[in-house]
Design a protein around this ligand. Structure first.
Ligand SMILES: Nc1ncnc2c1ncn2[C@@H]1O[C@H](COP(=O)(O)OP(=O)(O)OP(=O)(O)O)[C@@H](O)[C@H]1O
Ligand SMILES: [Mg+2]
Length: 244
């Protein structure tokens, strides 16, 4: 049965889009059929990170408004079983949450996983993205403002009745973390956000460079192995956390 997972965070820039694109590539490499839907109207980015931006003609608003059929606005990533629907280029074209949910419900049967890239915060973009999902991954950086944002997102998701919520700690830098002196260890971060850990991705310049150039999955990065292990956990299997 297909699963719809929203990738969310309270604070901006925690790495949601990077995580969404990387998990999508890892799932597709395991032969899962994946659809990534960008919900960040006005600030879309998944198309760039997955390298389909220069082919984009239509986005989600074109499908909903009837300017094109669904297939014309679904862009395949390389030769992978991975597809992208871009967010509208203008925030004015944001789609109503009930319409978006109907749209996702109609599409999801064709895919093993639908990953929704939410904008930061708890505004309408998050409302729309979370209304359509069954599960959630909250992306935080191990620092107080980001963690507080994670708590807020968790509460909002619980209010919506979403119980399968996992925590992904991104851009982890051990030295920086202990120098900050706010938390004794990562367990304190996990307890503070209040949901089960699904993985820890280190700060890695390579992932930054690859994502900016649309090269995720094309060139090897040390984080790939970690994303692969997170994907095992997404699928419900045990896998080592690979935290150094
Ligand atoms: N593990 C990482 N190591 C190094 N850089 C990273 C890592 N994860 C993300 N980045 C970088 O952090 C920046 C923000 O990432 P990204 O756009 O994915 O965040 P976001 O949460 O989607 O932001 P927004 O809230 O604006 O949507 C990008 O430059 C990205 O390349
Ligand atoms: Mg983003």
């Amino acid at each position: 049965m297909s699963q719809v997972i929203v990738i969310a965070s309270g604070k901006g820039g925690t790495g949601k889009t990077t995580v969404c694109a990387s998990l999508a590539v890892s799932l597709a490499n395991k032969n899962k059929k994946v659809l990534v839907v960008d919900c960040d109207s006005g600030m879309r980015g998944v198309d760039l990170m997955l390298g389909v931006d220069n082919r984009l003609v239509y986005d989600m608003s074109d499908i909903v408004c009837g300017n094109c059929d669904i297939n014309s606005a679904v862009y395949q990533v390389r030769d992978l079983p991975l597809y992208v629907i871009a967010a509208p280029i203008s925030a004015d074209d944001e789609i109503a949450k009930k319409v978006f949910k109907q749209f996702i419900d109609k599409l999801k049967g064709n895919y093993d996983y639908v990953l929704i890239d939410s904008p930061a915060g708890t505004g309408t973009g998050f409302d729309i993205a979370s209304y359509a999902c069954d599960r959630a991954i909250i992306v935080v950086n191990a620092e107080p403002i980001s963690i507080r944002g994670g708590q807020t997102i968790r509460r909002k998701l619980l209010d919506l009745g979403i119980e399968d919520i996992r925590l992904l700690i991104n851009r982890f830098d051990k030295e920086r973390f202990y120098m900050m002196g706010m938390y004794a260890d990562l367990d304190e971060v996990i307890d503070a956000v209040g949901c089960r850990l699904i993985g820890v991705i280190p700060e890695d310049d390579r992932i930054n460079a690859l994502s900016q150039r649309g090269y995720i999955g094309l060139h090897w990065s040390p984080c790939e192995v970690i994303f692969d292990s997170i994907v095992c956990r997404v699928e419900g299997y045990d896998a080592p956390l690979l935290i150094e």
